[in-house]
Design a protein around this ligand. Structure first.
Ligand code: S3P
Length: 448
């Protein structure tokens, strides 16, 4: 178990933000590139990989399980895989640090293959529920050798010689659960089917196809909001080229900063526009945010666009629960935008926020309280009320080892009446290592 020493950071209001930036590579796609690179035969070349701590942990785990993993240059990586069934027992504990996605997806991999591995992570990861992954993979033949209380890491998992193909109806619309089941299903002699009641991000399905697997996706359930995803087991995955587009979840921070800092105009380049990831943009446009999608094009099998964002007067809106899977990581920064909007913003159905890198619902509420923002939690809903002017700010926010809480409240500090401090910005390195210099280049005052 490990994490970087705490480092407090302060963001102060100041000048308008101006200029352009390209956010780092998408975290979800970067993890998957390493994992499918491991499971493929031959060479995978990745361009634009997010070199954040989370992904580097997944890269190290892929290496420990037998892949050759090499950094060729900035964001350029080469993975020589071992093929499905070719993994070896890692000599050491797989320490995933803060990374929920890396650890859970890799549990799916190990849970479907004849290998034994121990998973661990930092204090945040040690609190996060892993039963949601273990439940299906135990049905597929995996065994838990040991686990911390409540099915948490540190835990040791042993996979079967061949996985059992199952049909699994996921209790949560979670791309992590879906991906773990599909990854375990790669070593099953038959079809593994995952049913989700609402569509979650589909990067695993897309990348499995890119590597040569057969994945059939059909609408499921009332209104066709859900999906049934059927993977044909034991394919030969072949190493390929993966181009990682810019992460919309990281773009969210400069985007909201540009909306709320008066006089700003910022262009955010190459942002992935996968519709299962763009709920925040939809919501901010409904709130009156001036966001133009320019220069739409294809990059690495995804549509990307440049976003031109201008400071805007925002108004409160009702965000439907059905939108949550497409913006699940963006509620902390949306809550910050809502604090600057006129009227009430109601974010419905946020129960999953309680099991992210921190209890994000509680962490956001505490951060809003520390900075004089009117808000309430009603069941699983968060209600933020603004009057269209800058909130007081001046607070110190506890980040609970959560990178998105840190970045969200630093963005608040850029436009609040008084500076905002976060107790620890070290975790920002998990997903957006260049956050501080990138924001400073736009004119933001963020200091240690
Ligand atoms: C992710 C899925 C999401 C998200 C996480 C990344 C992924 O989790 O919160 O940051 O890459 O699959 P859930 O799908 O479990 O909500």
């Amino acid at each position: 178990m490990s994490h970087a020493p705490a480092q407090s950071l302060t963001a102060a209001p100041g000048h308008p933000l101006r200029g352009s930036l390209r956010p780092p590579g998408d975290k979800s796609i970067s993890h998957r590139a390493m994992i499918l690179g491991l499971l493929a035969i031959g060479e995978t070349r990745v361009e634009g990989l997010l070199e954040g701590d989370d992904v580097l942990r997944t890269a190290a785990a892929a290496k420990a399980l037998g892949a050759t993993v090499e950094r060729l240059g900035e964001g350029r990586w080469r993975v020589a895989g071992v093929g499905i069934g070719g993994l070896s027992d890692p000599a050491e504990v797989l320490d995933f640090g803060n990374a929920g996605t890396g650890s859970r997806l890799m549990m799916g991999v190990v849970g479907g293959q004849p290998v034994t591995a121990t998973f661990d992570g930092d204090a945040s990861l040690r609190k996060r529920p892993m039963r949601r992954i273990l439940d299906p993979i135990l049905r597929m033949g995996a065994q838990v050798v040991s686990e911390a209380e409540g099915g948490r890491v540190p835990l040791t998992l042993r996979g079967p010689r061949e996985a059992i193909p199952i049909t699994y109806e996921s209790p949560v619309a979670s791309a992590q659960i879906k991906s773990a089941v599909l990854l375990a299903g790669l070593n099953a002699p038959g079809t593994t089917t995952l049913i989700e009641a609402a569509a979650s991000r589909d990067h695993t399905e897309r990348m499995l196809r890119l590597f040569g697997a057969t994945v059939a996706v059909t609408p499921h359930g009332p209104g066709g909001h859900g999906r049934s995803i059927a993977l044909t087991g034991q394919p030969t995955l072949r190493g390929t080229a993966v181009v990682v587009p810019a992460d919309p979840s990281s773009a969210a921070f400069p985007l909201v900063a540009a909306l709320i800092v008066p006089g700003s105009e910022v262009t955010i380049e190459g942002v992935m526009m996968n519709p299962l990831r763009t709920g925040l943009i939809t919501t901010l446009i409904e709130m009156g945010g001036e966001i133009e999608r320019l220069n739409e094009r294809e990059e690495g099998g995804e549509t990307v666009a440049d976003l031109r964002v201008r400071a805007s007067r925002l108004k409160g809106v009702d965000v439907p629960a059905e939108r949550a899977p497409s913006m699940i990581d963006e509620y902390p920064i949306l809550a910050v935008a809502a604090a600057f909007a006129e009227g009430e913003t109601r974010m419905n159905g946020l129960h999953e926020l309680r099991v992210k890198e921190s209890d994000r619902l509680a962490a956001v509420a505490a951060g809003l309280a520390a900075n004089g923002v009117r808000h309430a939690i009603a069941g699983d809903d968060l209600i933020v009320t603004g009057d269209g002017t800058a909130p007081r700010g001046g607070g110190t926010v506890e980040t609970h080892l959560d990178h998105r809480i840190a970045m969200s409240f630093l963005v608040m500090g850029l436009a609040a009446r008084d500076a905002v401090t976060v107790d620890d910005g070290a975790m920002i390195a998990t997903s957006f290592p260049s956050f501080r210099p990138t924001m400073q280049a736009l004119g933001a005052a963020i200091g240690g």
